[in-house]
Design a protein around this ligand. Sequence first.
Ligand code: PLP
Length: 407
Amino acid sequence: MVQENEFIPYGRQVVDEDDIREVVRALRSDWLTQGPIVEEFEEAFAAFTGAEFAVALNSGTAGLALACRVAGLGRGDRVATSPITFAASANCALYVEADPVFVDVDPHTANLDPENLKEHLKNKSALRGVIPVHYGGLPCNMPEIYSISQKFGLVIIEDACHALGATYQDPKTGETIKVGSCRHSHMTVFSFHPVKHMTTGEGGMVTTNDRELYNRLQLFRSHGITRDPKLFKNQEMREKYAGQVVPGYYEMQELGFNFRLPDINCALGLSQLKKIDEFVQARRQIAQWYREELGASTSIRLPGESDASASSYHLYPVRIPFDRLGQEREKVMQKLHDRGIGTQVHYIPVHSHPYYQRIGYDSKTCPCAWDFYKECLSLPMFASLTRNQIRRVGETLVDVLGIGGDA
Ligand SMILES: Cc1ncc(COP(=O)(O)O)c(C=O)c1O
C-alpha cells in the first residue's frame, strides 16, 4: 500500500494478507507446479470472462505467441495490429515468422481503427490475422472488427492485456459483452504482470470457446507433449489406455514450449481474481476522480471514452500539447518524479523501434499514432490510490505545466 505522501508510481500491485496466505498454502502443498491449482484458476477465470476455456501461461507474451502458433499463423502471413501498444502485440507475429502490419489508430481512443483496417484490406495485399489491442483498458470496436474479419476469413486474437473486466455493447442486441468471452474473436490474451488489474507476479491467460484451439494451447504450453490417452497418435496405446492414467508413456506431438504457470503463481492469481470486481471498480472510481480534478482544463485531454464500452482503466493516459505549451515531456516527467509522482509513456509507436527499423519497417506510417504518441502521458493508476493522492497528482501536474489559469 502506497502511503499518502510517499512516491506514487504510475502502476503497482495490490497484494493483501489473503493473497499471501494462499501462496503459502500452495508452497506447503505437494505441488509447486502442474498441480490442481492451475486448473482451479483456469476454471475460475473462464467463468469470470464467460469463455468456455482458459489456459494459464507464464506471461501475456507467451499467450500471444502461443495464440499465433495454435491459430496456424506462420511464415509470410500478414497480421494487423496497432502501433500504439507494447512490442509483444506485434512481436508475437514475428515469433511464428509472420509479418506484423501496423494499422493506424482512432485519434480519439488510440485503438486500432476499423476503418483503416477496411482500407488496408481493400488496397494492400491480404491479411491472415488481426490482433486488436484494447489500449489502456478501453475495448476496441470488436463487433465491427469481427464483421470485417469474417468477410476476409481473418484469425482474430484480442490483446486484452490492458482490459480485464472491461465490457462493450453488442450494437444489434444491446447486450453487455465481457472482454475475454471471445464473442468476437478466436482467442483473447491477458497479462498478470504486477501493474495489471490483478497479478500472478508474471503470468498470462488465453481464453477461447474453441475446443480444438484449447487442446492445442494446452499441448504447445508444455513441450507439445500429451499424456492424455484419448489424444494419442499411437492407436494401440490410445485404445488400450482409454480413460486411464498410462504409466511411463507420453507423446511429443508438436514442437512446443515450456510456457507453464506454476501452482504458486496460480494460487496468487486465484486469490486476486476473487477481488477483480473490486479492483476494476476502484480503477473506475479513480478515473472519475481524475475527471473531477482535470476535466475542466483546456490544455489536458482526458482518455477517450466510448458510449458503447466501459474501460477497466489499466492506464490513465492523458494528452498534453507539450509543444504548444513550450514544454518537453521528458523534463515534465522528471519534475513530476522529483515531486513524488511517477508517469510513463504508452507507447512509442512499435514500428519505429530500432529492431523494426532494421527489418525494414517505415517509421513514418500511421500519422494518428504519431500524433497520439507526441502528446500522451500516463498518470498513476492502480486500485489503492486515494482521492487525496489523485488531487496531489492533478495539482502537481497543473503546476509543473504552468497551466493554472487554464481550468
Ligand atoms: C498490450 C500488451 N500486450 C502484451 C503484453 C505482454 O504481457 P506480459 O508482460 O505479461 O508478457 C503487455 C505487457 O505489458 C501489454 O501491455
